[in-house]
Design a protein around this ligand. Structure first.
Ligand code: 5AD
Ligand code: SF4
Length: 387
């Protein structure tokens, strides 16, 4: 009987795609992918380390399995903890970082091999409890993206670049996913054509900073034009843009390319110049405003969404208000609002002046209420315009 694997995904779209990649590789090696944990022999947690809360949830979930299944910790937490994960929870059998996911079928094969054996005379069964960790690679083989396994019949996430070299001071991503690497445009287009051949008509291009994409002479805007030209593709979008690299040309592409969705996700993070500098974001609030002003002039009626962190170390009430004012002025269609979470190893962790939990929660609630009203107002306006 083929062993059944359940993959549970936490975090961003990049992780959603990584879980499909892992699923595709496991299927190719003869495993079955199951839809729930109940019937599974193996449970893989594909994890996120961006905020502490996400990690805490995974630790408590892993703890709830109590030795009944084979447990694998993969993704960002795996890279963060490496072999220390086994000390944290002895139930974990394997730990595989984001750059090593191609090795998962082999790792799982080795674990299952030893599980099937019974201890020799006098040996402790613990001797057969093999633990394997892989977290040393810096590149992913291109083949992993071509198993043709997508969860959704109509839509595919397609990675265009991996990792990030921006080192925003609060962010763990450059440490766990390594420096920015670009896939070759011909490989990206071949993957999309393969997906189209399976009946997929919508695609989302993924990267931590898609605007920085570069493959020889092919920059992001050229890639967008190439994707737009693919026969059989009906619609596509991309995720995430960085204000320091987003430019007028990409806004013109959103306006001009008929298949590209008229939407931009442009993380602001803070409306205070002092905090933006401490965050190492590389732009001023005024420059952000100018950028979205040109987006709105070029892409008439285009949607705009953002990410914001409140309660960054040393953020004053006045600086928080500057963020609120920018939110009011800009009127984002939606905003993902986060409380700052200190991440081990980042530069921000070293900044003295972390705010109290109560203060972060107070600011978070305030900005949530503000954005909720704005989103509601804009939805109302749009539904009237459609009538
Ligand atoms: N604390 C809170 N939010 C964070 N993000 C990234 N790192 C942290 C952190 N340490 C948020 C940013 C980013 C989004 C994906 O997660 O807003 O854009
Ligand atoms: Fe993290 Fe900044 Fe890179 Fe986004 S751009 S992944 S926030 S370091």
């Amino acid at each position: 009987m083929n062993k059944k694997v359940f993959i549970r995904t936490f975090g961003c779209q990049m992780n959603e795609r990584d879980s499909e990649v892992i699923g595709g590789l496991l299927k190719k090696s003869g495993y079955q992918i199951s839809a729930t944990d109940k019937e599974a022999d193996v449970i893989i947690f594909n994890t996120c380390s961006v905020r502490k809360h996400a990690e805490d949830r995974v630790w408590s979930l892993i703890g709830s399995y109590k030795g009944s299944k084979i447990i694998g910790l993969v993704g960002c937490m795996a890279q963060n903890y490496k072999e220390k994960a086994f000390e944290r929870d002895a139930n974990i059998s394997f730990v595989v970082g984001p750059q090593d996911i191609d090795k998962i079928p082999e790792v799982l094969g080795k674990i299952l091999e030893t599980r099937g054996q019974s201890p020799k005379n006098g040996d402790s069964p613990l001797l057969l409890e093999r633990k394997i960790w892989e977290a040393d690679s810096s590149i992913r083989p291109e083949e992993i993206y071509h198993t043709g396994f997508y969860q959704d019949k109509n839509h595919a996430y397609v990675v265009i670049s991996e990792g990030c070299s921006n080192f925003c001071s609060y962010c763990v991503v450059p440490y766990v996913r390594g420096p920015l690497r670009h896939r070759k445009s011909k490989d990206i287009l071949a993957e999309i054509q393969g997906a189209i051949a399976q009946g997929i008509t919508r695609v989302t291009l993924l990267g931590q900073n898609v605007n920085a994409y570069l493959d020889g002479k092919i920059n992001f805007n050229k890639l967008l034009a190439q994707v737009n030209g693919l026969t059989g593709l009906k619609e596509f979008d991309f995720f995430t843009s960085h204000p320091k690299d987003a430019n007028i040309d990409s806004f013109k592409a959103i306006r001009d390319l008929d298949k590209l969705v008229k939407r931009l996700h442009l993380p602001l993070q803070s409306g205070s110049d002092r905090i933006l500098k401490l965050m190492n974001r590389g732009y001023l609030a005024k420059e952000y405003l100018e950028l979205i002003d040109s987006y709105r002039k070029i892409v008439k009626g285009g949607l705009l969404t953002t990410d914001i962190i409140v309660g960054f170390p040393t953020e004053t009430e006045k600086e928080f208000k500057e963020t609120c004012n920018l939110v009011k002025e800009t009127e984002f269609n939606a905003a993902y609002l986060f409380k700052y979470s200190s991440r081990p190893g980042t530069q921000a962790e070293k900044i003295a002046g972390d705010l109290s939990r109560e203060e972060k929660e107070k600011r978070h609630k305030q900005i949530l209420d503000l954005q909720r009203d704005i989103s509601k107002k804009l939805r109302h306006k749009r539904s009237h315009e459609k009538k």
